[in-house]
Design a binder for this molecule. Structure first.
Ligand code: AMP
Length: 224
């Protein structure tokens, strides 16, 4: 069996993180931990926490660091991540969250941080056309819809536009990405863990580049 891996995927909203995290997690047989999916699950259950989270998400705002750190600490405490590793998608999103991850997961919590690079103009176009299954979170688009047109190929759930994919919320999230999340690339570059991967191209091409990046980081003596 392919050895597990501990990966963080960074990249603007719409860079294809969700789609590629699912694929790379399947490739390395590790859990895909998406904080956005966890939050959307809470919103769907309409728990008091979910209702509060919904307000932040629909505005395109980030939830408070301590809340997100608590959620991820709980998830990373389970056995599956301890034995095989994980692909973290949407966390960390601030330097405070990255620092907390070191506390949660130990001195060397990750093997590689990938910055999936797609220009802002292109992600704006992709986000406007993005559609998602409201039950299982599978991503589709106007250009690549599910086979039935409206329901998910995997679970039969309804395929909809995300509530936070409005033009205002998209712009707000992209601005927040530059101010809050972009500094993480410097944080991880200094630790020597960062690699940038070109996210433009077909999903298969991008996956190939991601796997090549992980494999080259595993070669003995490779300095990033
Ligand atoms: P995503 O699916 O990763 O784009 O996340 C959707 C929304 O969930 C974001 O716009 C934030 O409102 C919230 N969210 C997800 N992950 C985090 C995080 N690590 N820190 C703060 N807010 C988050």
């Amino acid at each position: 069996m392919i050895p597990g891996v501990r990966l963080i995927m960074l990249g603007r909203q719409g860079a294809g993180k969700g789609t590629q995290c699912v694929r790379i997690a399947r490739h390395y047989v590790v859990p895909h931990i998406s904080t956005g999916d966890i939050l959307r699950g809470a919103v769907k259950e309409a728990s008091p926490f979910g209702l509060k989270a919904k307000e932040f998400m629909e505005r395109g705002d980030l939830l408070p660091d301590d809340v997100m750190i608590g959620i991820v600490a709980e998830r990373l405490g389970r056995d599956d991540t301890r034995t095989r590793g994980y692909v973290l998608d949407g966390f960390p999103r601030t330097v405070a969250q990255a620092e907390a991850l070191i506390e949660i997961a130990g001195r060397k919590p990750i093997d590689l941080v990938i910055d999936l690079e797609v220009p802002r103009e292109l992600v704006l176009e992709r986000l406007a056309g993005r559609r998602v299954c409201e039950t299982c979170g599978t991503n589709y688009s106007v250009a690549v819809p599910p086979a039935s047109g409206e329901t998910c190929d995997i679970c039969g759930g309804l395929v909809v536009q995300r509530a936070d994919d409005t033009e205002d919320a998209i712009n707000r999230r992209l601005d927040l990405y530059e101010t809050q999340t972009r500094p993480l690339t410097d944080f991880y570059r200094e630790l020597g863990d960062l690699v940038t991967v070109d996210g433009v191209g077909s999903p298969d091409m991008v996956l190939e580049r991601l796997v090549a990046a992980v494999e080259s980081s595993r070669r003995p003596g490779v300095r990033r």
